[in-house]
Design a binder for this molecule. Sequence first.
Ligand SMILES: [Cu+2]
Length: 127
Amino acid sequence: MKNFLKLIFASFLLTGLLFANGIDQNGSKDGYDIELKSDKTLVVGTNKMFVKLSKDGNYITDAKVKIKFFMPEMPGMPYMEYEDKANLVGDKYMLNINFSMGGTWQYQLKFKTSDDKVHTVRGSVNL
Ligand SMILES: [Cu+2]
């Protein structure tokens, strides 16, 4: 019985870990598939995020990727934003994002492809 309870407890912990793990958002725009991911849970302070771009199953590694996170003005709080340009690391683009506070942050992810077109995806994250 004791072991059984331990097993249940362990599986709860595992589930918690799986769901507490960062963000993983997917979308598509103009025929491109976009994945925005973080390995760790988002925190106030510095966060590493990764963007993967692909088209027809092939990774796109020659795009220029940038992201802007922002929070609208609220009572007693000014508009806030944070921008970063991504660096290609392997087959994904790495971003360093500094969140100044918890709450909902909206983002605008832009990527310029080799045909000089700029594509924009929007979304939001919570922390
Ligand atoms: Cu705010």
